[in-house]
Ligand binder design. Structure first.
Ligand SMILES: N[C@@H](CCC(=O)N[C@@H](CS)C(=O)NCC(=O)O)C(=O)O
Length: 253
């Protein structure tokens, strides 16, 4: 197994599904890392310089400082090819990449921006009351469509391409945020999807990161670093966190 010359830095709290995707890949590939577990809205000016979109994750090692979970995971897969994140044939690789794109955009838009943001981020970062009606509307009107798409795409057993790949991980990570927002799709209505997500959640690398995130999502912001350290997440010495939150150029609501 190849190792990085020095631990990489990953900026972003594991409560973000995009950050968990990257952390899971590092765990799978045995890439050493340190995390600066910031909530993106609390990034300082250095964070803006590192990623003008002010989004997490940001990944820094001896060769690159890049953002976007897909870009980061592809870089890691090229630099540390074992175990491979993508299947072998060009056609399957294309399908896996499309699945990741569907997850990052369509699932991300609904699960994160319309549901998790409203349930958790808005009250805790912007002190806005949780709009339960908005969450219920998104869950009733939009969730069934996304779940029906996934039900057609999900494998009946195992993973999409034999062994676990970036396609499975990219989808599974979002379901945790949905659960934290207390929106639980019915297992009898979408059994293939929920079975697939559960199998992926049990992959040891993802399970390890999810356990940490499960605790952090319940932890007040000022204690995030100390609780993360207590849970065994390796932390950076320095942080790009600021004292007050600000909106990024692509913050949606
Ligand atoms: N396409 C990006 C999306 C990253 C993203 O949206 N991250 C969220 C956290 S879950 C964020 O940083 N949001 C802050 C904002 O948009 O202002 C990726 O794959 O990394």
């Amino acid at each position: 197994m190849a190792t990085s010359p020095a631990p990489a830095t990953i900026i972003g709290a594991p409560v973000s599904p995009y950050v968990r995707k990257v952390l899971t890949v590092c765990e799978m590939k045995g890439i050493p890392y340190h995390v600066d577990p910031i909530v993106p809205f609390f990034g300082n000016d250095t964070f803006s310089e590192l990623n003008p979109l002010r989004r997490v994750p940001v990944f820094i090692d001896d060769l690159v400082a890049v953002s976007d979970s897909t870009v980061i995971c592809e870089y890691l897969d090229e630099r540390y090819p074992t175990p491979a994140l993508l299947p072998k044939t060009p056609a399957e690789r294309a399908r896996a990449r499309w699945m990741e794109e569907f997850a990052d955009t369509r699932i991300g838009d609904l699960f994160i921006w319309r549901i998790f943001y409203e349930a958790i981020v808005s009250p805790s970062i912007w002190q806005r009351p949780r709009d339960k009606e908005k969450i219920a509307r998104a869950a009733a009107d939009e969730l069934p469509g996304v779940m029906a798409d996934l039900e057609r795409l999900a494998p009946a057993s195992g993973f999409l391409f034999g062994t676990v790949s970036i396609a499975d991980i990219s989808v599974a990570v979002f379901f945790r945020n949905l659960r934290w927002a207390r929106v639980n799709p019915a297992a009898d209505r979408w059994p293939r999807t929920l079975g697939w997500v559960q199998r992926t959640d049990e992959v040891p690398a993802l399970a390890k990161i999810t356990r940490i995130a499960d605790r952090l999502v319940q932890t007040p912001l000022p204690q995030q670093r100390s609780v993360a350290a207590m849970l065994g997440l390796p932390l950076t010495d320095a942080t790009v966190a600021a004292a007050a939150p600000r909106r990024g150029p692509m913050t949606i609501p």
